[in-house]
Design a binder for this molecule. Structure first.
Ligand code: UDP
Length: 257
């Protein structure tokens, strides 16, 4: 079937409602092959402007979900219409609900030591029948090829249907892409950013009223200083707002050949 898409800064994503996106993911679980799901927000798109490999990965994903208010605004500014904003963390929870019902096997990889364990506890409270078959922390920094090999081996032995990878963007998408051929059995791999931290409570999500009105980003940035270095925080704020709008204006005004 023809995919309804939107395009911003040379990245194409699916223009679906959350229910349609979950329906698509449910179909992926029934197909015996690997599928990559990505959840691009403004910071992904900015990174992708200067990073061709990342851009190609986003553009070749099996499902690409528009995450957040920035994308909504971007589509408006470029004369397109986004059908629904789908916060990545909400999508992951819906996916876990489907996994619990279908008995799909889930593996959590990423976040600091102990966070994925806490996230697992929370997921099991929310979905008691969820089958979590493995956990591996993503301890910040660089790990060696040997480490990578060990992690892939663990995932291989655990035979998950769904692999959640929390290493932040673009690291998580690059990691999945680099290892996808070795991730036998995995039917859905998805980069989940800070979702484990939200579940574990190490980072607080915005109150529901802010999430519903599209202001989750503001909460994230106002509170970012608690979790990031001040310089990193300033850069994130600038990237997600000012730079994104400038790039959109430049990009969509330029003649396209
Ligand atoms: N993370 C990790 N290893 C790394 C880099 C990041 O496990 O080498 C984890 C980090 O602890 C957090 C998640 O990835 O749980 C998201 O990181 P960050 O907030 O930096 O990324 P963003 O959500 O901004 O893309």
């Amino acid at each position: 079937m023809h995919r309804q898409t939107i395009r911003l800064l040379d990245v194409t994503f699916d223009n679906l409602t959350q229910a349609e996106a979950i329906h698509k993911a449910t179909e992926f679980l029934e197909e015996r092959r690997f599928h990559l799901i990505v959840t691009p927000g403004p910071e992904f798109l900015l990174e992708a402007t200067a990073h061709q490999q990342f851009r190609d990965i986003l553009n070749h994903a099996d499902l690409s979900i528009a995450d957040g208010m920035g994308i909504h605004l971007g589509t408006r500014l470029t004369g397109q219409r986004l059908r629904q904003r789908i916060p990545g963390a909400d999508f992951v929870l819906d996916l876990m609900s489907v996994a619990a019902k279908k008995g799909s096997r889930v593996f959590l990889f990423g976040a600091k030591n102990g966070v994925a364990e806490q996230a697992t506890k929370k997921l099991l409270q929310l979905y008691p029948t969820l089958n979590i078959v493995g956990i591996e922390s993503g301890s910040r920094g660089h790990w060696t090829k040997l480490h990578d090999h060990r992690i892939v081996e663990r995932i291989h032995l655990a035979k998950p249907d769904i692999l959640l990878v929390a290493l932040g963007a673009p690291k998580q998408e690059l990691w999945i892409d680099q290892h996808r051929a070795a991730l036998h059995n995995v039917r859905i791999a998805i980069g989940v950013g800070r979702t484990f931290d939200y579940l574990a409570g190490t980072i607080k999500r915005a109150p529901k009223v802010m999430r519903d009105t599209g202001f989750e980003w503001l909460h994230t940035y106002l509170n970012a200083g608690k979790y990031y270095q001040p310089e990193h925080r300033r850069q994130r704020v600038t990237n997600a707002t000012v730079r994104f709008i400038i790039e959109l204006a430049k990009h969509h005004r330029a003649p396209r050949y």
